[in-house]
Design a protein around this ligand. Sequence first.
Ligand code: DGT
Ligand code: CA
Ligand code: CA
Ligand code: ZN
Length: 586
Amino acid sequence: MNNTQIAEVFENIAGLLEIKGERRFVVVSYQRAARTIDHLPTELEQMVQEEEDLTQIPGIGKAIAGKITQLATEGKMDFYEKLRGEFPDGILGVMRVPGVGPKSAKRLWDELDVTTVEALEAVASDGRLAALPRMGPKKAENILKEIAAARTKGDRVPIARALPAAERVIGALKERCPSIVRIEPAGSLRRFEETIGDIDIVCTATDPQNVLDTLVELPNVASILAHGEKKSAVVLSEGVQVDLRVVDDSQFGALLQYFTGDKQHNIRLRELAVRQGLSVNEYGIKDTETGETESFTDESAMYERLGLQYIPPELRRGTDEIDRARQHSIPRLVEVSDLKGDLHVHTEWSDGRDATEMMVVAARERGYEYVAITDHSAGRGIANGLSIERLEEHIREIRQLEDRLGDIKLLAGSEVDIRADGSLDYPDDALDELDWVVASVHSGMGQDAGTMTARIIKAMHSPHVTAVGHLTTRMIGERKPIEADFEAIFEAAAVTGTALEINASPRRLDLKDTHAHRARELGVPLVIDSDAHDAESLDNQRCGVAVARRAWCEPKHILNTLPVDSFIKYLDTDKPDRPQFLAEHG
Ligand code: DGT
Ligand code: CA
Ligand code: CA
Ligand code: ZN
């Protein structure tokens, strides 16, 4: 738990104690602790680990120090859990609506039985709240505004944060609820959008109520928005909302379809159904004439019922995917199992965590036939880039390792900086020693579009540059992409025979889907790379594959789906002829 989360717990305790009618000085001591914690320069978790004396912090006495220690070590606090148990689940959410606070939350609970944000919204809109003494229409209006603002706060979460959060929730539910039959993420996460508004999860179970109850009781739940018989919704302590729906197994297909969206796709699907005298809803497909609803255990049967080929979630965007499905012309999209190698991998030689051998063995475990080791070039002082001498030493290590392992092709490579003027960070004779060169921009990202475009195209004209890495350098939600004429860059990539990378790191996803789509159309060889800095991150490839699927890529468009023999022939081909080679052999 980080300090913000710990502070929030103490803020909640203060509120609940106030509702309970606890003495003023006790409430204030918790409030003061919350504020202190929020402004602390060091992480409490770390201080606890290092056994520092928390009572040295002003405003933190012995009792509160003990509570912090329990939170930091166990992730929960007995006192808080017990206190929360004395109140309805949703009361914290009500209390935290700006302008409400503990006092009003208690009144609304006592007088109008309000225990959830939804109920609060209801009484604020139907006049009951306004009718209470000292509340009034102005107050009701403000509360409605605050609720709406909280909903549309625009706090979309980068997929790199939503993905592990969703996996943790699904994992925890599976572990705690043996009655679960099927559980899948839906919504924008399943479609693999780059930012996620909220996480939708659909589930079937023999004991649905148990699953819904378990969600709201998970330790990392910060507040409960809804808790019913079909659906629960919570906000996790990391600030992401989770919507969980549980239905009967026979309806799983329809529910998954409905909540995968996107909205536009669903609208078009419904229009198509209406023309067939059918209506699609979250329970199945209803025959408008007979009034009977047909259930579907899986999605593909549902699409089939409408005369459609199955549409992969990544394509559901309400563009032309339904027309294509009607003509049965949706191609077989690339899958993780199609990948035969990874061509952008870091080791401890530059800024990676693991030894070369460990990365290679991990790559081999993933079934790869080849892997390119691409540590940073010298200019990346920050990333411990390799001098020419260290580069040569590293190449020797890679060659020896390949001989020793004997069953995986290793490419001695580099991720070479493209300098501000478009020159490369190693001289030609050093690059000549390498089998695979990813050229990337890591500095001077603020150049104007004209300069940047020329810079990248110049690098692509080098015969040594086999691929360009993370073209736009963006970090989703953190760093804006470079400005450049991407159309010109894609054309130059096709002409020079330079592959473009789909960087699979979920923080980057670069190329993004629309860029990958356009590059594919122009015949640019695409390569899906993990850019792994540790062995586990080799699994990022699935994120890159999702981007490629959103770009309608088939295995033949992706260079690293080639088996090792063809891949070597690709590299032996004159650079400008390589796109043609891939088109013929992919
Ligand atoms: P997000 O959460 O903003 O990243 O995007 P989604 O697509 O996950 O949207 P969300 O969570 O509001 O709803 C999940 C899916 O459920 C959505 O893609 C389509 C379906 N859905 C939800 N509400 C409606 C609705 O009012 N009309 C229609 N047609 N579909 C809806
Ligand atoms: Ca969603
Ligand atoms: Ca949702
Ligand atoms: Zn890089």
